[in-house]
Every structure is written in C-alpha cells, then in structure tokens.
Design a protein around this ligand. Structure first.
Ligand code: ATR
Length: 294
C-alpha cells in the first residue's frame, strides 16, 4: 500500500510538474509529518482536470519552524497553504487575520496570502456540511457529536450555525463542557448517557479518533440499539472508509455517510481561492483517493 500510494503521489506531482513554468501558481500542505496527506494527490488532480497551471506540494514543517516557514512561503509567492496536524492551532496565532469561521472553530486549515497579509480560514465545518448535502442529508434537528477535540469543534460550530440542536459528549466530560462554553451553544452530556439519547436524534457524528485503522474502540452495535430509524450516522474518520461505526450502522439498516467526502469538500474552498476554479467533487476524485487508501 505504501509503495502504491507513494507512486501515485509522485505520478500526480509529476504530471502537474510537467507544465510548471514561470506562471505556475503554487500551494501546498504544511504538516509534521505530512507524507500521509492525500491533499497533494487531490489538488494536483484538480489542476490537471481543470487545466489549471498550478502545483500543490507537501511541505514537511517542524513545529518550531512553523511561523518562519509560513512567512517564507508568503514571501516566495505562494498563493496559500493548507495546514494540518500539528499546526492547526499555531496557524491561528501566526495569521494576520482570521475569518469568523476560523475564530469559531478555534483552528485554521486553509490560508491565503493576499497582498502581503496572511489570512486564515477553517473549512472543516463547511466541508462536513457540504458532504452531508451531497448525500441529500438534511442539516436539521438534533445532532449528537462524539468527541470534543478540534474536529468536533469545527463540526459543532457549523451545525449550530446552521440551526441544529447540538449535543456534545466526550469521554472526558470537562472537554465537552469547555466546548459548549467556547461556542456559546449546545449541550454537554456524560459519555455513558449518549446511547440512550439516540432515539431523539437525526444525526450522529463520530468526531473522536475511534475507528482509525479499523480498531472499533467500543461496542458500536450495542450503542446503536436505541437509534431512531431515520438516524443518519456519519464518521469523520476515513481510514478505513467503512469504519466499525459505519459498518455497525449499516448492519442496523441506518443511513450512513463516510468521512472521505469531508476531506474532499473541505479542500474545495482552498482550491477555489488559490487557483480561481471551483473543483468538482466527482467520482474520479473519490476513486483516486479511495485507491490510495487501499
Ligand atoms: P482532533 O483535534 O483531531 O479532534 P484530539 O483533540 O486528540 O483530536 O481529540 C480526539 C478525540 O477523540 C477526543 O474527544 C478524545 O476524547 P478525550 O478528550 O477524552 O481524550 C476522543 N477519543 C480518543 N480515543 C477515545 C476512546 N478510546 N474512547 C472515547 N473517546 C476517545
């Protein structure tokens, strides 16, 4: 798998690279480590299919060098960058300006360099909602969010801002309470309580790291026992695409949305801002990413 993935990144960069010239617009992803990121593959694919003279490169950036690297990329004429683990909070502090969405999410994942200024946005929440929209899932009613980390915050803010009733639960209750306080909305409940709340929910979101690598982390089947028939279950984990939660929900006949679409939809705003084209979240994009996950 590692070889296939490495080869396909090299191939996608190679193809983008074949048209690099003095007019090529540059963007990339800052992370540490960053080699696992699927963003170069996705953005270079979009450059190719949209005929954009652009290239998107991995930018392995040590935490202690983040600010210097960010300013350097701005000075070197990059259009902007994505920011991933562990830099999402540091990026907030390093930006000259933040969008209201980034402030609310408490993190930055997309940065634009505009007229010498570094502007930070967070597109995770919008990406999450756009992915649900692409699956015709209504963003309404009561949403139960598992987790209280950075991903949970972006999702909770987006759902609250779109009028959902939001319930946040976390293994460590204080973090859920802290999130509700920071967002000025929603309700925090104890972890043991959440399965019993499912009968009144329209959406269940796993925003914990449980399920990564296919490790269940808990007994999802029992936890879903009280689910209302109309419940939509979604996971932000996409490695594997069919997480233990998604599989348990499917086995119960519930509607599911996997996490890969959030990755695709959160990327679109950055591509649009840097390269001036709205990329399509089409099946070739999904096929490319899905193949890299196998
Ligand atoms: P991120 O910023 O990517 O969301 P994070 O801040 O490390 O990552 O948050 C991970 C989330 O997964 C947290 O909500 C964490 O719960 P705690 O706050 O109690 O640590 C949750 N999590 C991780 N492993 C878990 C497990 N085995 N059971 C329940 N929750 C778990």
């Amino acid at each position: 798998m590692g070889r296939a993935f490495g080869a396909s990144v090299a191939e996608s960069l190679g193809k983008a690279g074949s048209m690099i010239d003095g007019h090529t617009k540059l963007a990339g992803v800052m992370g540490w480590p960053v080699e696992h990121s699927r963003s170069p593959m996705m953005h270079n694919h979009w450059c190719r299919v949209n005929g954009v003279n652009g290239a998107y490169v991995p930018l392995p950036t040590r935490p202690e060098g983040f600010d210097q690297a960010l300013r350097g990329l701005a000075a070197a004429g990059f259009q902007g960058v994505n920011v991933t683990i562990p830099h999402k909070e540091a990026a907030m502090r390093a930006c000259d300006e933040l969008t209201p969405t980034a402030k609310r999410a408490g993190a930055v994942n997309t940065i634009c360099f505009v007229a010498g200024r570094i502007i930070g946005d967070c597109t995770d929440g919008t990406g999450f909602c756009d992915n649900l929209g692409a699956h015709d899932v209504a963003i309404a009613g009561r949403a139960l969010i598992l987790g209280a980390g950075g991903a949970a915050r972006a999702v909770a803010a987006a759902l609250l801002d779109r009028g959902c009733e939001v319930v946040i639960t976390n293994r460590t209750l204080e973090r859920a309470e802290g999130l509700v306080g920071a967002l000025g909305g929603g309700e925090a409940v104890a972890w043991y309580e959440w399965p019993s709340l499912l009968s009144g929910c329209s959406l269940l979101v796993n925003a914990t790291s449980m399920g990564m690598g296919g490790k269940p982390g808990m007994d999802w089947d029992s936890a879903l026992r009280e689910a209302a028939p109309g419940l939509c279950v979604t996971d932000i984990v996409y490695t594997p695409r069919e997480t233990p939660l998604v599989l348990a929900a499917q086995a119960r006949g519930l509607r599911t949305v996997d996490g890969l679409g959030m990755l695709v939809h959160q990327a679109r705003a950055g591509f649009r801002a840097w390269f001036g084209v709205d990329p399509e979240a089409d099946h070739t994009t999904f096929d490319l990413l899905a193949a890299s996950l196998r």
